[in-house]
Design a protein around this ligand. Structure first.
Ligand code: ZN
Length: 258
């Protein structure tokens, strides 16, 4: 084959991969949130340019973020969910363009850990990133919602001590999140990081636990990580390294990714 052909092939493959949405785009890091960096300059409009599916939080830690089908929702501690404004800002968000690589049908009552184990068995590698979408009916679903913080900001482990917890029972909706490789701990949440939005888009939160009654688990793989770092604000001076990052993420983000 000619060089020109090979070059064209490479270009086309790259373009197709890009169009196939192999990328997770993330603004800032979980370790920055741990250190109380709760204000960012990325807008919801900026984030939505990079994906139609994902999660995060909002400035001042004022609610959990869910992005589903290209719409960004803000889930507040009072249990409400509203559409976020394009100008709303975030200190941390991760998105991708969701495409289903494979699906798992769940027809009997299945606990979170078993759902995670079923996904773990089918993914190609624990070293790639997977977006996880679970649409179904949940027997029970435990969520938390962070509460708006005032300056000077406490670290995340402290801010989440006063989090509002909600139990949804007999609820339909969508779980939105990621399975992230262990080596990304601190950049993201290693293991499963999942948020919930109910089917009438009126409530949800960061998931602590769930039991799925029946539903469909869809998995969308990614091998590209686009990490966008803040260029201003508290991020620049934050101390982001530390031996206990995993422990603090576990405390702030709930049950381990099992
Ligand atoms: Zn979360």
């Amino acid at each position: 084959m000619s060089n020109a052909y090979e070059q064209f092939r490479h270009w086309a493959t790259t373009l197709l991969r890009y169009r196939h949405d192999d990328e997770v785009y993330q603004f800032s890091t979980i370790s920055a949130l741990l250190e109380g960096v709760y204000d960012g300059n990325a807008t919801v409009a900026d984030i939505l340019r990079h994906g139609d599916f994902g999660l995060g939080t909002f400035n001042h830690l004022d609610g959990e973020m869910v992005i589903l089908d290209g719409v960004c929702y803000r889930l507040r501690a009072d249990g409400t969910a509203t559409r976020a404004a394009p100008t709303d800002r975030t200190p941390f968000a991760a998105v991708t363009r969701f495409h289903s690589d494979f699906e798992i049908a769940v027809e009997t009552r299945t606990h979170r850990a078993e759902v995670a184990a079923a996904i773990d068995r089918q993914i190609q590698s624990a070293n790639l990133i997977y977006a996880i979408r679970i649409t179904g009916h949940f027997a029970e679903l435990h969520t938390r919602t962070v509460m708006e913080q005032k300056q000077p900001y406490p670290p995340l482990t402290q801010a989440t001590e006063e989090q509002a917890e909600t139990v949804f029972t007999d609820a339909s909706g969508t779980v939105v999140g990621f399975r992230t490789p262990d080596f990304e701990q601190g950049i993201s949440v290693a293991g499963y990081h999942l948020h919930f939005l109910n089917s009438d888009r009126t409530g949800g939160g960061h998931i602590l636990d769930f039991t799925l009654e029946r539903g469909t688990v869809a998995v969308s793989g990614a091998s590209q990580l686009h990490l966008s770092l803040p260029t201003s604000g508290a991020f620049l001076g934050a101390q982001l390294a530390g031996d206990d990052v995993a422990e603090r993420i576990g405390k702030a983000e709930g049950p381990k990714g099992d």
